[in-house]
Ligand binder design. Structure first.
Ligand code: IMP
Length: 218
């Protein structure tokens, strides 16, 4: 049987492969933006992860006429009123890099400086992953996955990426960078969002849900 094409609005082939594996058996073929170079990028200047995911998924759906998905993620620190938030990826782009310093390391350096005066027991934070699905008929679905933790003052662990070395999960007693990929997927914001997507996507495609659904519901 012919599978229905679904576009994941990303240029990241790893994300396309991950979603393909997850939706295996749902009768869909997951494609990335590499298959639609004429789609072009859209500016992500939303104030929330939901806004940014929606803007990308809507743009992809309008340009291609396909059911489209997009995600946006980042770290929110309570004591910083939710920063770096939607700016997580480019948080420290205003700082001159140290010699051989990666973008991730520079982001962590800026973040640790920003929370320097915040006591250890007030460093609650969370990773957030938002996924938006948009159909050409205008129906939309939003999914949000969260992972709560605490910021450490000193990076620990060598796995993962981004802010993983300073994100401490108090339940597991490890930073995200001390977890294997499987351990991280089991508890992470992204793992939760993808599992919720798997649960609801087929019904969404087959018109069994309302015009705009949110999981978990607000
Ligand atoms: P994007 O959603 O791919 O644009 O990612 C946004 C940014 O949030 C990344 O560049 C990281 O800095 C941060 N981020 C999102 N998820 C994670 C994670 O699982 N670990 C560490 N950093 C993350």
């Amino acid at each position: 049987m012919k599978r229905r094409p679904v576009l994941l609005a990303t240029g990241n082939a790893g994300k396309v492969a991950e979603l393909s594996a997850l939706l295996d058996g749902c009768g869909v073929e997951v494609l990335g933006l590499a298959a639609f170079p004429e789609t072009g990028a859209v500016e992500e200047n939303g104030l929330t992860f939901e806004d940014n995911a929606l803007v990308k998924a809507r743009h992809a759906a309008v340009k291609t006429g396909l059911a489209s998905l997009a995600d946006d993620s980042g770290l929110m620190v309570d004591a910083l009123d939710g920063a770096p938030g939607v700016h997580s990826a480019r948080y420290a782009d205003d700082l001159p890099p140290l010699p051989d310093e990666s973008r991730d390391a520079r982001n962590i350096r800026k973040l640790l400086r920003a929370v320097d005066a915040v006591p250890e027991n007030r460093r609650d934070c969370r990773f957030v992953c938002c996924m938006a699905a948009v159909l050409p008929d205008g129906r939309e679905m939003l999914i949000r996955g969260e992972w709560r933790g605490r910021l450490l003052s000193t990076p620990r662990g060598a796995n993962g990426f981004g802010y993983d070395p300073v994100f401490f999960d108090p339940v597991l007693g490890k930073t995200a960078a001390e977890l294997s990929r499987e351990e991280k997927n089991a508890v992470s914001h992204r793992g939760k969002a993808l599992r919720a997507l798997l649960e609801h996507f087929e019904n969404f495609l087959n018109k069994k849900i309302e015009p705009c659904e949110r999981y978990p519901s607000p």
